[in-house]
Design a protein around this ligand. Structure first.
Ligand code: 4AD
Ligand code: MG
Length: 478
């Protein structure tokens, strides 16, 4: 019988002087007497004090870092500093031994790079315990936000035959013989023989299918894995990441911005409320890391200050054109400090430009709108000027782009024209165009990169450390 009290419950309660059982993994065992036990319910360990004089030597030897234990005893106010309660252990059961010599996680500080190599065990560190609990809160908050508003959670396919998004390279899905695939007369691979009778890929985005849902259910959102086979070895890109994509009928770009800003603030607030201990720990962790940097490179705000700042302040909203003017006239540009200098209108912004706007110029989250149509997807609503589209990107400090979205082109003729210009096969996309043929209406949506949100809220520096088992070029371990 799994009768146990979670350590989080013991620590947060006002109760003392009662007997109970705790189960967890040994973090440290000091002086043959003090076990620091962690069960993942909180970042805090429970100090469990063993009566070593009356415990068999052979049993004591098995209390090693990493071992799984069941401990029964009395919870009493702690004698020592650093904790409110401790357990006076009366019975010890070893559930699983852990050879201290071979256990890869020694009770000392390990580098994040090393921990990535032992990702199967890194949940057992303070940092990854905290990150994964915060990740959980954020995932739940996403559902809460949309459910409270009456949105329908829509499951879009993971395997698709369309690359309408043009968002990046796709991973192909095929069961054909890799060495000797069936060929067409012209030598190309004959996908008619493949599982689905056509070429298929892992999805880069659920948006197009979400639009179909919104054209009947009004307000939908997706929350699922998406895949991009770009060879981006950065601290902001994964090959497999989770995306949230709401799509709302009758919304324009302003409604879309309000929905996204509200979502981000709600999620951050939920983490502040529900993960106070974890965020306190991550705040401390980040400030230690910042202190290693030269003063000029340190960020002005600590993690908690940053999160509160985001919740309490309106995001700045401006157009791409206004942003280009700011960037072009900036001292940074004039002194050639950007790797890619801003010379004129029309160029895509690099992450250095996005971060300059957010971190140096406005010192606030920024929503940029109305980008040049040539650097955005075909489905974005065209503006009167003939040059720009109703796009929006939300830029966050330390992250750059966290949200990308737009009001959609609901006018059939204009949409078809744009598809032709961009060489997007209209026949294959008949189902998408049908929404514009039958009862079309203004609508808008966006995509929030879930790991970028977790990155921001935890203050971690690398997106590979905010998803349990990251997939990136040359790495699909575990
Ligand atoms: O800007 P993106 O490519 O937009 C879309 O896919 C649209 N279909 C969304 C929509 O309007 N429904 O991606 C959306 C967000 C980005 O802002 C970023 O946060 C995240 O997804 N993202 C990535 N996150 C991690 N690794 C990658 N390789 C990512 N690519 C995009
Ligand atoms: Mg984008």
């Amino acid at each position: 019988m799994n009768k146990r009290t979670k350590i989080a419950a013991i620590i947060s309660s006002e109760k003392a002087n009662y007997e109970t059982t705790v189960k967890g993994w040994v973090r440290t065992f000091r002086n043959n007497q003090f076990i620091a036990l962690n069960d993942g319910s909180t970042n805090n360990n429970l100090q469990c004090v063993v009566d070593f004089q009356n415990t068999e030597e052979a049993l004591l030897k098995r209390i090693t870092t990493g071992a799984a234990l069941s401990l029964t005893g009395e919870i009493i106010p702690s004698q020592g500093k650093g904790q409110k309660y401790e357990m006076k252990v009366s019975s010890i059961e070893i559930l699983g031994d852990s050879d201290a010599e071979k256990y890869p996680l020694q009770p000392k500080k390990h580098s994040l790079e090393f921990l990535r190599e032992i990702a199967h065990l890194r949940f057992r560190t303070n940092t990854f315990g905290a990150v994964n609990r915060v990740r959980n809160t954020l995932a739940y908050a996403i559902h809460e936000y949309f459910q409270q508003k009456g949105f329908v959670y829509l499951h879009t396919p993971v395997i698709t035959a369309s690359d309408a998004e043009g968002a990046g390279q796709m991973f192909s899905v095929s069961v054909l013989d890799k060495i000797n695939p069936p060929k067409n007369e012209d030598g190309s691979i004959n996908f008619k023989e493949d599982f689905f009778g056509r070429a298929t890929n892992l999805t880069v985005s659920g948006q197009l299918e979400a639009e179909l849902g919104a054209m009947a259910l009004s307000e939908v959102y997706t929350f699922g894995p998406t895949f991009r086979a770009e060879n981006s070895n950065t601290t902001r890109h994964l090959a497999e990441f989770w995306m949230i994509e709401p799509e709302v009928a009758f919304n324009d770009l302003h409604d879309n911005m309000d929905l996204a800003e509200g979502l981000l603030k709600f999620c951050i607030q939920q983490a502040l409320t529900k993960n106070a201990d974890d965020l306190e720990f991550l705040n401390q962790r980040l400030s230690e890391e910042e202190n290693q940097k030269p003063t000029a490179e340190r960020s002005e705000l600590g993690l908690l200050q940053r999160l509160n700042f985001c919740v309490e302040n309106d995001f700045v909203r401006l157009t791409y054109t206004e942003a280009i003017d700011i960037l072009k006239d900036s001292n940074h540009n004039k002194k050639k400090k950007f790797q890619y200098l801003i010379e004129g209108w029309g160029v895509d912004l690099q992450s250095e430009h996005e971060r300059y706007l957010v971190e140096k110029h406005f010192k606030k989250p920024v929503i940029l709108t109305d980008y040049p149509k040539d650097i955005k997807a075909f489905y974005m609503r065209q503006n009167e000027d003939g040059k720009t589209v109703r796009a929006m990107d939300i830029l966050f400090p330390g992250i750059g782009e966290i949200v990308g979205g737009s009001q959609r082109e609901e006018r059939l003729e204009l949409l078809e024209k744009r598809m032709d210009e961009m060489h997007i096969p209209k026949e294959e996309m008949y189902w998408y165009l049908d929404t514009r043929r039958f009862g079309t209406c203004p609508h808008a949506g966006f995509g929030l990169g879930f790991e970028r949100l977790v990155l921001f809220v935890t203050g971690m520096g690398n997106i590979r450390d905010v998803i349990p088992f990251p997939r990136f070029p040359k790495s699909a371990e575990f």
